[in-house]
Ligand binder design. Structure first.
Ligand code: PLP
Length: 378
């Protein structure tokens, strides 16, 4: 059978065994609506509240500060639109960055059409936001600053604590999209001083379609979904009990093995980069020193990222590119564009995102495959 190496963990992760076990009962026998009043349904309610407690503990939050959502996209939409909708018909401003995920960027584009002023902070060549520049952009009209914790294409981790401290000084709310970071780097919301944080279960071994928004106690936010009184009356809709329970099990497992996994991924990362260098390949590593350990954005000189991806796929290696590929003009993703990479490298970008189950053997196989493709091209 053809060997398959999955190296696209930033897109999604396999569902962990612990999450599967935790979910099983709530997918079948215990199918009850957690809002129902009979005894069996109350078991589901208790399991949901237990999941909230586990997630809160992993994040350094109180259980009442965790709101379940359908994933990262909903949490981002809620944080941005829920803040903006508190100020209808007012010329208010939101500050974000040029390299956010589209869940944030397209929420901002929507709000701009509604009349809000949106400011996009540039980043440097490593994808880092400058907190001094952020401070300069804050005005008396600013209502929210949203800066992602870690970037999904290049892995760069932003100086979130510093940004939050500055923003707090102006009495403005601070949101971070931590979808790529939660479960992969230590995060303590109270210590970071943030008001809102978005997370998504399928990025840390949980199921797709479950996520949460951390909302600091006392921070006002308009509901995004109108309906029943679930989630303290702030997020309507029957809870995805199995998904939420699986998410809590996966997050607990990720947090328990965070140190060991980080070391494992850093070892693989260094091995991969060193071996590619030893082979004499001409490439750049995108991103900053402070990065997600498993996420590697590599730009190969005079290569085409799409071609690389498809050839690797034929050899059983699953990675991503940094290109949008809908037309010649928009070949590069907004993130790669924001980095202002030299063109000879930018077009040849792929993202390899490693996970706990990847091995040194996988890395050797990936390096050999990349070398073969790059050398055959010459
Ligand atoms: N934010 C970031 C940084 C992401 O990487 C993703 C998914 O790739 C999302 C938000 C959206 O999360 P979800 O897939 O749970 O909607």
């Amino acid at each position: 059978m053809k060997r398959i190496i999955y190296a696209d963990h930033a897109a999604t992760t396999p569902l962990s065994e612990k999450a599967q076990t935790a979910m099983r009962d709530y997918l079948a026998a215990n199918f009850y609506n957690p809002s129902a009043k009979y005894v069996n349904a109350q078991k589901t309610r208790r399991a949901l509240e237990q999941a909230r407690g586990i997630i809160a503990e992993c994040m350094g939050a109180d259980p009442e500060e965790i709101y379940f959502t359908s994933g990262g996209t909903e949490a981002d939409n809620w944080a941005l639109k829920g803040t903006a909708f508190r100020y209808p018909m007012q010329p208010k401003q939101i500050i974000t960055t040029e390299i956010e995920h589209h869940a944030v960027l397209n929420s901002c584009a929507f709000l701009r059409r509604m009349g809000y002023d949106i400011k996009y902070l540039p980043v440097d060549q490593q994808g880092l936001v400058d907190p001094v520049r952020l401070e300069r952009e804050i005005t008396s009209e600013t209502i929210l600053v949203s800066v992602m914790t870690a970037n999904n294409e290049i892995g760069t981790i932003q100086p979130i604590e510093k940004c939050a401290e500055i923003v707090r000084g102006y009495g403005v709310e601070f949101h971070t999209d931590a979808v790529q970071a939660v479960g992969h780097v230590p995060i303590e919301v109270a210590a970071l001083g943030i008001d809102m944080l978005s997370a998504s279960a399928h990025k840390f071994g949980g199921p797709k379609g479950a996520g949460f928004l951390y909302l600091k106690r006392g921070v006002p936010l308009e509901p995004l979904l109108s309906g029943g009184g679930q989630e303290y009356g702030r997020r309507a809709g029957t809870e995805n009990a199995a998904g939420i329970i699986g998410m809590a099990a996966a997050l607990q497992e990720s947090c328990d093995r965070l140190c060991a996994e980080t070391q494992h991924l850093l070892n693989l990362r260094h091995l991969l980069c060193n071996m590619l260098r030893d082979k004499g390949l001409d490439f750049r590593i995108n991103g900053a020193e402070n990065t997600l350990p498993g996420t590697l954005s590599l730009s190969f000189r005079n290569m085409d990222g799409e071609v690389l991806l498809h050839r690797l796929d034929l050899m059983g290696i699953q990675v991503a590119t940094g290109s949008a590929c809908d037309s010649k003009e928009t070949r590069l993703s907004h993130v790669l564009k924001a980095l202002h990479l030299p063109e000879v490298y930018a077009e040849g970008t792929i993202r390899i995102s490693l996970g706990a189950e990847n091995t040194e053997e996988d890395v050797l196989y990936i390096v050999a495959a990349i070398q073969k493709i790059c050398c055959n091209k010459r």
